[in-house]
Each structure stands twice: as structure tokens, then as C-alpha cells.
Design a protein around this ligand. Structure first.
Ligand SMILES: [Zn+2]
Length: 465
């Protein structure tokens, strides 16, 4: 099976062929840790988690190296510390843990390496020295800048812009010490109250872009397979990563395949605090929206299409997921799940440039044909649940069904009596109570069927016993 991926660099779908199938290497830009991750931050995490799962399935779990960084030195972090009076280290440690917890709730596996920028300062300094030595960077007033003119014919190739277009359209920071307004910071001076490290250019801190170049080089080498991130990072961040890495290590290719996910909107609008449609993942989890539902909404849209988060989709996803649980509870043999393989249709869909929309449709087909074991297997493979979580949800549902079953008999009996006495008060009361516990009631001539709905209320049901 060949995995096809859309490569932003060539603007075409390519047959993915890893440099070394024994060690498939992927780097994805991670968060700057100063606040909770919002919905938009989570999209690339979920998208590249699915790719990671596909690569592990294809090449073997021990033959894939996935790196996602934490940016723990940044002016936004410094500003947050100054404004809150808290220590920088405290803020970054807390936010890093929040991120891991929230992404874990969305079913994202932890990457093999999660380097923190502050642990790779010597590698960044070495890379900057290399760039200066090769004539691609220069020191000016305590800053070190990348000289875009030294790479002019390549700069902008990823995002399809020329340096001249960029200068014309960009909001670049004009500084008197820059040779070209597009030159970007590799290193900048730090005052005593800001985080800083000794360097050949005085006490200072790295620019954002150099982090990813230095960390990916250290952990994945000068050529690796896939580089991912949101398409908002394509310019300038990824463009600058390419310039730095290719100039410092001209014998390497840096990343061969570049993948970018599209942005996220909420109810058709850009998410913003002023519009009141800004959600963090934690906000949604705290509202009782389970992680697998958020994941389901994300994966229903292809990663290269804009994703519109709507309340309607969320409600629909919740009931779809509940429908999956019902089928798993009724038809899954959990002993077989440990030895099962994901459906070929799911694998084929993902191998087709990560077509998660089609993969999710396959789940619905398994539901409709009551293939509980295969459905469980695919749900686990796609990261909607872990084994324990799925089995727990399935048992809870079975527990409710066990509670409901004698109630159906009782209602049937009450109805039989009511038909004789012509007094339906008790039947109606029981029906009302069942509906209040979110148990749907279907009565035909000879049968009463009770079915727990997604928000079934176990306590109310217990009270009915
Ligand atoms: Zn990056």
C-alpha cells in the first residue's frame, strides 16, 4: 500500500517514500506555552496524530519518530509573566501540562520527543554560528539576523511568494540594523529582567524560527520525511525554518514533505474573543463535551479544508458516537479486539492524503451492519477511545440496558392491566418517568421496547427500579 500525501512544497500529491522505512521521521510545530490551547490549536494535533497512527500501522510502531516541540521562551510568555507577577518557569510548566492533558483528552498520542526550546539553546547558538560562518547571517547591535538576500532565489518557494512581493505586502518589522526589511531575527539581546543565555553576541535569547530548525536537526537529522503544522505557519515561520536549515546544512534536504492543515472557524466565523466564539479545549470538556466528540467533529472534515465548528455538528457527533457505543456494547467481542486489524477501507481512506471524512463514513457503515468488533477496532485505531475507555462505556450501556429490561416488562404488565380497567394513569406516569431519564419508549400492540438515549440518567433510572 502506498500512502499518498499532498506536499505543499511541490503543490502536488506524492507517493510517500520514507528516507529510511526503519525510522520514518516527522516534525510538527508545537504550542507556545502561555495559555490554554484553543480549538484551532488542537486541529493540527489531532490531524497529525492520525497521520502518526497511520505511519505506525504501516511501518511498525517502533519505526516512526514523531517530534513536536514546546516553545517555552517567547515574548508572549514574558508578557504573561510580567502581567500576572508569576515566574516564567511556573507558567510554562503549568501550561505544558494543561496542553498534554487537554490533547490527551482528545485521544492524541504523545509524540516520541517533546523538546522544549530552552533545553536546546547550545544547538541554536551553534546553528547561528554556522549561518554566520557561511555568510547567511550577520550580527547587528546585539542581534543576529538571517540575511534573506543570501538565499533570495529560494526564499518564499514554500508559500509561493517572491521576496519583492513579500516586502511590498508584508507587515515586516522595520529596524535600522536590518540589511533587508525581510531579514529575520535569529538571536536578540535580553535585558536583565528577561530570560537570557550567554552567547558570542552577548546575553540574549533565540528568535522563534531557529528553535524548530535546531531541534529538528538534533532529533531527526538534516533530512527527514514530514514537516507539519497549520497553514498559518507557512509564512514566515516555515519559510524561515527552511532558509535556516538548508543554509546551515546544505547537504541535507531538511523536510521532504510539507503538510499544512487549514484553519478552523466557529459557526462560519473566525474564532475571536471579541465575537464571543472563542473556545479552549478545556472550556468544551468542562461543558461536558467529551474529547471523542470533539475529535469526531474535527475528523469529519478533511484537513486541507477549512473546518467549521458548529453546535449542530457537535450535537450530531455526540449522538453518532453514542450509536457506535450501542453497537459495540451489543455486538463486540472484546477478547478479539486485542488481535484485530483496522478495516482496510479505513486504512485506504487515510492513505489517500488522510481522508478522515471517508474513514469516519466507514465507521457508520460498520455501525449500520452491526459489526461491533470491527467497529471497536477501528474506533481504537482512529483514537476515539482507548481500550479501557471503550470497554467502560460499553459496560455502562449494558448496565443501563439490564436496568431497563425489567422496566419494559413492568410497563408491559401495567399496560395489560390498564387495557382491562381502562385506567391508563399508571402507564402514562411510568412513561413520563422513563422519558425524564432519557429512555425512549416504543409501544406496539404486543411489545414494549425501551431504549436508552445518549444522555440516559442512571440515577433516575435507579429510582424507578
Ligand atoms: Zn516550527
Amino acid at each position: 500500500m502506498t500512502i499518498k500525501l499532498y506536499n505543499t512544497k511541490t503543490r502536488s500529491r506524492v507517493d510517500f517514500a520514507p528516507i529510511d522505512p526503519d525510522n520514518v521521521r516527522m516534525y510538527v510545530c508545537g504550542p507556545t506555552v502561555y495559555d490554554r490551547a484553543h480549538l484551532g490549536n488542537a486541529r493540527p494535533v489531532v490531524v497529525f496524530d492520525v497521520l502518526y497512527r497511520l505511519l505506525r500501522h504501516t511501518y511498525g510502531a517502533d519505526h516512526v519518530t514523531y517530534v513536536r516541540n514546546f516553545t517555552d521562551v517567547d515574548d508572549k510568555i514574558n508578557a504573561r509573566a510580567a502581567q500576572s507577577g508569576r515566574a516564567i518557569g511556573e507558567i510554562t510548566a503549568e501550561t505544558t501540562q494543561w496542553f498534554l492533558d487537554d490533547m490527551g483528552a482528545l485521544g492524541a498520542l504523545e509524540p516520541n520527543h517533546m523538546p522544549r526550546a530552552t533545553q536546546y539553546i547550545p544547538q541554536m547558538v551553534a546553528m547561528i554560528e554556522e549561518l554566520i560562518a557561511k555568510g547567511h547571517a550577520y550580527e547587528a547591535e546585539g542581534h543576529v539576523l538571517f540575511a534573506v538576500d543570501s538565499w533570495r532565489e529560494h526564499y518564499g518557494a514554500l508559500s509561493g511568494r517572491s521576496v519583492d512581493d513579500m516586502i511590498a505586502g508584508a507587515r515586516v518589522e522595520v529596524a535600522p540594523y536590518k540589511r533587508n526589511p525581510m531579514d529575520f531575527v535569529l538571536w536578540k539581546p535580553s535585558s536583565d529582567d528577561l530570560p537570557g543565555w550567554e552567547s558570542p553576541w552577548g546575553r540574549g535569547r533565540p528568535g522563534w524560527h531557529i528553535e524548530c530548525s535546531a531541534m529538528s536537526h538534533e532529533l531527526l537529522g538534516e533530512s527527514f520525511d514530514i514537516h507539519g503544522g497549520g497553514n498559518d505557519l507557512m509564512f514566515p515561520h516555515h519559510e524561515n525554518e527552511i532558509a535556516q536549515s538548508c543554509c546551515a546544512h546544505p547537504t541535507g534536504d531538511f523536510a521532504r514533505v510539507w503538510m499544512h492543515n487549514e484553519m478552523l472557524q466557529v459557526e462560519g466565523k473566525k474564532m475571536s474573543k471579541s465575537l464571543g466564539n472563542f473556545f479552549t479545549i478545556r472550556d468544551l470538556l468542562d461543558q461536558g463535551i467529551p474529547g471523542e466528540v470533539i475529535r469526531f467533529v474535527f475528523l469529519s472534515t478533511h484537513y486541507r479544508k477549512p473546518m467549521d465548528w458548529t453546535a449542530e455538528k457537535e450535537v450530531e457527533a455526540e449522538s453518532t458516537i453514542f450509536g457506535f457505543i450501542q453497537i459495540v456494547a451489543d455486538f463486540c467481542d472484546f477478547k478479539s479486539v486485542d488481535f484485530c486489524k483496522p478495516s482496510q477501507k479505513v486504512i485506504d481512506a487515510l492513505a489517500n492524503d488522510l481522508n478522515t471524512h471517508v474513514a469516519v463514513e466507514q465507521l457508520k457503515r460498520l455501525r449500520d451492519s452491526s459489526k461491533g468488533t470491527q467497529l471497536a477496532c477501528d474506533l481504537l485505531f482512529l483514537g476515539f477511545f482507548d481500550r479501557e475507555g471503550l470497554q467502560r462505556r460499553s459496560s455502562e450501556y449494558q448496565e443501563v440496558c439490564a436496568l431497563v429490561s425489567p422496566l419494559a416488562d413492568r410497563l408491559q404488565e401495567l399496560r395489560r392491566e390498564a387495557k382491562e380497567t381502562k385506567d391508563f394513569t399508571q402507564v402514562d406516569r411510568m412513561k413520563t418517568e422513563l422519558l425524564a431519564a432519557n429512555i425512549s419508549v416504543m409501544m406496539s400492540n404486543d411489545k414494549v421496547v425501551l431504549r436508552p438515549e445518549k444522555d440516559f440518567d442512571l440515577a433516575k433510572l435507579e429510582a424507578l427500579k
